[in-house]
Every structure is written in structure tokens, then in C-alpha cells.
Design a protein around this ligand. Structure first.
Ligand SMILES: CC(C)(COP(=O)(O)OP(=O)(O)OC[C@H]1O[C@@H](n2cnc3c(N)ncnc32)[C@H](O)[C@@H]1OP(=O)(O)O)[C@@H](O)C(=O)NCCC(=O)NCCS
Length: 180
């Protein structure tokens, strides 16, 4: 399966070792790390360790971590991952965009393409994602791509010493095929 995915403005593709510095630079941001629960400061070693485990994850078909590359910007601007639950034939989306690039529709464009990969190439039955309830931008992205809110897990994550509600969003294969 070719994991180099194209959209109008983006290329999504597997990481290379050289992406580590850029990932560190983008992830080493207080606001982003607060939302994601990433360590801050974000050390280069975290990015290197993450990238190192990815070829095996992809080979085993358990996780597809991809960089989001802006075609005009000519740099990695974020990441998107589809995590596969083989037993239940479903995939979980996770993504982030570097703060300088927020509000341009990039996340929507990337999520759209990975949902297409999940249903059309991986033949999944369901794609889902979770978003901290107060994370309005992420929930808007999921809704724009066609995921529906399935419910709220109350005080489900401890983020920076505060218990946060988590909203679960999902789209089923038959909904996707009927819509597109
Ligand atoms: C969530 C995130 C990926 C969105 O990326 P993005 O490229 O800016 O997203 P898009 O531009 O495609 O869409 C964002 C939408 O949210 C809206 N939005 C952004 N901030 C908002 C806010 N505080 N309140 C309400 N709406 C907001 C934007 O207006 C846009 O909607 P629109 O297209 O109707 O105008 C990015 O903000 C991010 O990386 N956040 C931190 C990590 C994260 O939350 N990851 C997701 C975990 S589930």
C-alpha cells in the first residue's frame, strides 16, 4: 500500500529520521503540549524514539503515523496517525498541526484524506476519534469530515492536574459510502 497521500495543499507520508528536528520544533510549544498532554519542553529524543518505532508499526499494520507536509510551505506542518484495532476492524485518528499553521483548514484536509484511506484502502468498518470536550477546534474538524458525536466520557483524562471530559466521535463505513 502506498502511504504517500496527496490532497490539494498537502502531502501525507511516513516519517523519515530527518523529520525529528522539525517535529521537536513544532511540538515544543506550550499551548500545543497542554492540549495534547505532551511533555514540555519537548526533547528531540522523544521525536527520535517515536520515529524509530514507526516502520514496525506500519509493517504490522497497527498504526500509520504520517507527517503532514505543506506543499507551498515546503515543510512538515503537523502529523496525523491512524491507529488500527484489527479485532474490531476500526481505526482511531490522532492529529495535530503546528500552532503557526492553525486556522487554514489543514487539519480538515488531512483528516479527510486519512478517513478515505481507512475506508477505501484499509476497508475499516469504523473510524473514531476522541477530543477533549473543551477543544472546540478539534471537534469542528471531526464534524466537518462527517464524524458524529457518540457521547462524552466524564472526567476521563487528567490533563495538567485537571480532570477533563472527553467527547467521542465516529463514522461508520456505511455512512461514509452513502455520503461520498
Ligand atoms: C485541532 C487542530 C488540529 C485544528 O487544526 P487546524 O488546521 O487549525 O483546523 P482547521 O483549520 O481545519 O479547522 C479548525 C476549525 O475550528 C475552528 N476553531 C479554531 N479554534 C476555535 C475555537 N477556539 N473555538 C471555536 N472554533 C474554533 C476554526 O474556525 C475552523 O473552523 P471553520 O473551518 O469552520 O472556520 C489544531 O488546532 C491543533 O493541532 N490543536 C492541538 C492538538 C489537537 O487538538 N489535536 C486533536 C486532538 S483530537
Amino acid at each position: 500500500m502506498d502511504l504517500k497521500l496527496e490532497t490539494n495543499r498537502l502531502t501525507l507520508q511516513p516519517f523519515i529520521k530527518e523529520d525529528a528536528t522539525r517535529i521537536r520544533d513544532l511540538a515544543n510549544d506550550k499551548e500545543l503540549s497542554a492540549i495534547l498532554g505532551l511533555p514540555h519542553p519537548y526533547e528531540l529524543q522523544y521525536a527520535e524514539d517515536w520515529i524509530e518505532m514507526q516502520p514496525k508499526q506500519i509493517k504490522d499494520g497497527v498504526e500509520y503515523p504520517l507527517t503532514i507536509l505543506g506543499k507551498e510551505i515546503m515543510e512538515v506542518i503537523g502529523t496525523i496517525t491512524l491507529r488500527i484495532d484489527k479485532g474490531n476492524n476500526k481505526g482511531e485518528l490522532g492529529y495535530w498541526i503546528g500552532r503557526n499553521y492553525w486556522g487554514n483548514g489543514f487539519a480538515t484536509e488531512a483528516v479527510n484524506r486519512v478517513v478515505e484511506l481507512g475506508f477505501n484502502e484499509l476497508n475499516l468498518n469504523k473510524i473514531w476519534a476522541s477530543a477533549v470536550t473543551k477543544n472546540k477546534a478539534s471537534k469542528i474538524v471531526l464534524e466537518k469530515v462527517g464524524l458524529k458525536k457518540e457521547g462524552t466520557l466524564r472526567q476521563n483524562r487528567l490533563l495538567h492536574n485537571k480532570y477533563e471530559d472527553i467527547d467521542i466521535y465516529g463514522i461508520l463505513r456505511n455512512e461514509y459510502l452513502n455520503e461520498s
